[in-house]
Design a protein around this ligand. Structure first.
Ligand SMILES: Nc1ncnc2c1ncn2[C@@H]1O[C@H](COP(=O)(O)OP(=O)(O)OP(=O)(O)O)[C@@H](O)[C@H]1O
Length: 229
C-alpha cells in the first residue's frame, strides 16, 4: 500500500532563541520556540506588547541574525546560509506586510506591485498582469495610477498586501498588518487579506493584538515568557 505524500512544511523552527543586551542587562526574549506551519495554513500570533512577536517574525523572515536554534523555510535550513542565499530564499518564498505600508512614495500603486516582480526576474508584461489581477481582487482597479499619498490608509495597506503576494510566496509574514487603521477599515482589510492569502494557497503568520481577528484564522498561538502556547 502506498503512503500519501508528505506535504513539506512551509516553515519549521526548533529551539529558536534570541536575547538582547540592554544597559548591561540581558533580556531573553525568545527562549526556545518550536513551530511548524503547513502549506496554506494561516496562523495567528498573539501576545502582549514586548512578548517578542516582531522578533519572531524577523527571525522567520531571515531579516536579522543573532538567533539561536534552527529555521527551515520550504525545506531549506536557513540558519547556516550566506547572505546571498538567504536573500534568494526570502525573495522566492516569503512575502511581508507591516503595520505601516512602506510603499515607495514616488511610484504608483501598480508600480509598487510590479517592481518586486521585476527584481525576481519576471517580464514587465507578466508583472503588470499580475499586479492588475491582485489590485483588482482587492478592489483597487480604479486606483492603479495613484501614488501612495493619493490613497487612503486602507487602500495603501491593500497595495502593500498585493505587493507581498506578487511573487506567489509560500508564506506571508504579517506584523500587525492593520494596526494603524481604524477598527472598521482594519476588519475589512484583514478579511480581504485573509481571503486573498487563502485564495492564493499561501500560508500566513499574522502577529496581532486582536483576539477577534485571530479567531478567524486556522490556528491561534500565544507567545508568553519567550515560548509559544
Ligand atoms: N534591537 C533590539 N535591541 C534591544 N532590545 C530589543 C531589540 N528589539 C527588540 N527588543 C526587545 O525585545 C522585546 C520584544 O520586542 P518585540 O518588538 O519583538 O515585541 P512585540 O511582541 O512585537 O511587541 P509589540 O506588540 O509592542 O509590537 C522587547 O522588550 C524589546 O524591547
Amino acid at each position: 500500500m502506498s503512503e500519501a505524500p508528505v506535504r513539506e512544511a512551509v516553515v519549521r523552527i526548533e529551539g529558536l532563541t534570541r536575547s538582547f543586551e540592554q544597559g548591561g542587562v540581558t533580556i531573553d526574549v525568545l527562549r526556545g520556540v518550536d513551530l511548524t506551519i503547513g502549506p496554506g495554513e494561516i496562523v495567528a500570533l498573539l501576545g502582549p506588547s514586548g512578548s517578542g512577536k516582531s522578533t519572531m517574525l524577523q527571525a522567520i523572515g531571515l531579516l536579522e541574525g543573532g538567533f539561536g536554534g534552527r529555521i527551515e523555510i520550504a525545506g531549506t535550513h536557513a540558519s547556516k546560509l550566506g547572505s546571498n542565499a538567504r536573500t534568494a530564499l526570502r525573495r522566492d518564498h516569503l512575502g511581508f506586510v507591516y503595520q505601516f505600508h512602506h510603499l515607495l512614495p514616488d511610484f504608483n500603486a501598480r508600480e509598487n506591485v510590479v517592481l518586486p516582480q521585476l527584481v525576481a526576474g519576471k517580464s514587465r508584461e507578466e508583472a503588470e498582469e499580475r499586479a492588475d489581477e491582485l489590485l483588482g481582487a482587492l478592489g483597487l482597479a480604479e486606483r492603479l495610477s495613484h501614488r501612495p499619498s493619493q490613497l487612503s490608509g486602507g487602500e495603501q495597506q491593500r497595495v502593500a498586501v498585493a505587493r507581498a503576494l506578487a511573487n506567489r510566496p509560500r508564506l506571508v509574514l504579517a506584523d500587525e498588518p492593520t494596526g494603524n487603521l481604524d477598527e472598521a477599515t482594519s476588519d475589512r482589510v484583514l478579511a480581504q487579506f485573509l481571503a486573498l492569502v487563502r485564495g492564493e494557497g499561501s500560508a500566513g503568520l499574522v502577529a496581532t493584538h486582536n483576539e477577534r481577528l485571530a479567531s478567524s484564522m486556522d490556528r491561534v498561538l500565544r507567545l508568553s515568557e519567550g515560548r509559544l502556547a
